[in-house]
Structures are given as C-alpha cells and as structure tokens.
Write a protein that binds this ligand. Structure first.
Ligand code: MRU
Length: 375
C-alpha cells in the first residue's frame, strides 16, 4: 500500500540494522502516520497486546518477528529456552486469531539458524496470499457489477480487514482494491466498529489513501441499508475459521450476517489459510473469544475541535461494562469463503477440497470429533 507516494508494508525488518523490526503504529492512525521500532520480544509482545499492531495476519507476522528478536537477544547456548519462553509470552497476548499461534509454532519448527528466513517467509506469504484473495474476490465483484448498469457495487465491511490488518493488501479489502484498480465501480459502507472504531480510524483511512469511494456508517445502520437495497454484498475478514466454516470476527459481524440473510444479501468471509483452525469444528462452542478491558467501552478517544487527541468518558462514573472483542458467524450464514486458493462454500467438504492436506488432522476434542457438521 502506498502512503504519501511510498510503498509500505505494515511490518518489516530493517535490512541495515537486523536488530530492528519496524511497524506502523496503528494507535496513532488516522491522525498521524508513525513508524515504531521493535527491538526485543517484549516490544513485540506489547505491540500485539496493546494493539499498536492488530488484525489476524499482522498479529501472526509480528509474533514471528518477535520470536526472531527473542533469539537475537538470547545469551549463547540458551536459544531453545529463549524460544520456548518467547512462544509462551507471545501466545498469551491475544487469544482469538489463529494466525498468532500458527506463526509461533512455525517459528518453533524452523531449522536452527533459519529463523530470519522463516519470519520473512511468513510475512511474504501473508502478503502474497492476500494479493491472491483480492484476485479471487474480484471475480465476484465483477459479476455483481455486470448487473448494475455502471452504478457502483456497494460493499459493506466491518472492522478493518484491510492492508493494515495484514502485511499487505488485506483480506476483505483486497478484492475491493483489485476491483477499484481494474476500473470496476465500487463503493464501501464502512462500519465504525465500536468500541475501538477500527472501521472509522483504519478502514476509512486506508480507503481514503487509495481513493476508493466510501462512507462511514454507524454500526447499527447495515440492516437498514440492506432493507433498502443499498448493499450488494458484505465482505468481512476473520480471526479464526473452523474446518466446518464457522467464522470468528470482530464483535457485531454475526448481526450483519443475520441481516444479510434476512435481506438476501450475499455475505462473504475472506481469509488466508493461516486463519483456519483445522482442530475445531464448532466455532460457537470452541473458539476462544477475547474479553478486553471495559475501559475501551466506557471511554472514546479522538481529535478535539482544537486538534488535540483526547479521551472522554461516555457513561456514568459507576456504570459496569463488558467488552467482548469477537463473535462467531455460523457457517450456514456465510455465502462463501474467499481464500488464496479460490472461493469455496463454508462447509467442511468444500474447504477440505481446497486444502486436502488437512483432511486427516485430528480435532481438539473427542466431542467435536463426533459432532455432526452442519450443512
Ligand atoms: O481486534 P482487532 O482489530 O485485531 O480485530 C480485527 C478484526 O476483527 C478483523 O476484522 C480480523 O482480524 C479479520 S482480518 C485480519
């Protein structure tokens, strides 16, 4: 993605200083574009935990580089212990996105001495898979555009599953960028995505930098827009998708899927293979859902009329609050999964036809192994 005429990934190793991994500070967006340095595994842990980086793919890539940094910090002779400790630290940061544990495990399995190449491969593959997701999704948007007589295809998205959520391109937004770049008219409805407002602060910023027409909408507007024929399709990302196609994504995604079903609007989930959890079948019962600090709900931060960035409280001082970060959309509500290998139904047989190497994978519990997959 280009920012101020220069191409950036969201994370990269400084070639001139291999002890320095660089990230875009997503806490500062959309008001300022800042690059931050990670020099230790603790820096990487904090960047993930405190959401200087976020989004499933980028969390995974940051964890991979965190493992690399752990090794560079480790005293001679203690590499294995350093990696084991770093793996536990990093895995404990955020529980829902499968990309994190997937990346850490891949780093643990790397040949000694190949950690830098492995972290780089995880980053490069993430970008390449997301680019392919864009090409796969482009076909769907083109088909919808063919029936619109030149009017834009209206796409609703929730949270940020764009370039900022991965190493490059993104998932839900990658088909949008591919369509826009190919001259297909598109317009995006951007859910603000309370409580952290990733839609308002990140998706709107990304789309604006790329020149894609969009409008920010309140989280609760989607159903109304669908009832009035103003949404042609929904595309969201995912943080974890079971082998049967149940998809965890930012809280509120499920409600969009219900509204989409009620209004006959196609609902797509875009994901790279690192987001599948092959050990799970029942997403509602099994996917761990992160519960975050209630302060995120009770306070809102933004730019004041004088240009300073401030946080303000929006509820009474003594109001208790709960803040779940994700929900699960069951597979039957999903029209299709857009992956780097192609489009498939959100159904175990269809998913495994694209990823046959995972057909024999054992499930996380006997109970889920014996459960019947939904159609
Ligand atoms: O809490 P976040 O900002 O990390 O959540 C991100 C999302 O829910 C995205 O939609 C998701 O990661 C899918 S695309 C990376």
């Amino acid at each position: 993605m280009n920012v101020n005429g220069r191409h950036y990934r969201t994370i990269w190793l400084d070639e001139a200083d291999p002890d320095r991994v660089r990230i875009i500070n997503q806490q500062a967006l959309p008001f300022s574009f800042e690059i931050m340095d990670l020099r230790t595994v603790e820096d990487a842990r904090r960047a993930i935990r405190d959401m200087y980086v976020r989004g499933a793919g980028l969390i995974g890539a940051t964890a991979a580089w965190g493992m690399y940094l752990a090794l560079r910090e480790a005293p001679a002779g203690s590499c294995d212990a350093a990696l084991t400790q770093a793996a536990a630290l990093l895995k404990a940061t955020r529980p829902t996105a499968s990309n994190l544990a997937w990346a850490v495990d891949r780093m643990l399995a790397a040949k000694p001495g190949a950690e830098r190449e492995t972290a780089q491969a995880i980053s490069d593959e993430d970008a390449e898979f997301c680019r392919n997701i864009g090409l796969q999704g482009l076909g769907i948007i083109r088909k919808l555009a063919a029936g619109k007589g030149g009017s834009p295809v209206n796409i609703l998205t929730h949270c940020n599953a764009g370039w900022l959520a991965f190493v490059d391109y993104g998932t839900a937004l990658s088909p949008v960028y591919a369509a826009f770049d190919a001259g297909v008219p598109v317009h995006v409805w951007v859910d603000e995505t309370r409580p952290r407002n990733q839609g308002a602060s990140l998706t709107a910023w990304e789309l604006g930098r790329h020149g894609v027409p969009h409008d920010l909408i309140p989280d609760n507007a989607g159903g109304h827009l669908m009832q009035h024929g103003l949404v042609d399709m929904v595309i969201t990302g995912a943080d974890r998708v079971t082998r049967s196609g149940d998809a965890a994504n930012k809280i509120g995604t499920y409600l969009k899927a219900l509204a989409a079903r009620d209004n006959g609007v196609p609902f797509y989930v875009a994901l790279p293979s690192s987001t599948f959890d092959w050990t799970m079948r029942d997403g509602v019962a099994e996917i761990p859902i992160e519960e975050r600090d209630a302060a995120e709900l009770r306070w809102v931060s933004g730019k004041t009329i004088t240009g300073t960035i401030e946080a303000v409280q929006i509820c009474p001082d003594d109001t208790p609050a709960r803040n779940w970060g994700f929900d699960v959309t069951p597979a039957p509500y999903i029209t299709g999964l857009i992956t780097e290998r192609g489009l498939c139904a959100a159904h175990e047989a269809a998913i495994l036809a694209l990823y046959p190497e995972h057909a024999g994978r054992s499930l996380s519990s006997d109970e889920s192994a014996s459960s019947i997959s939904r159609s």
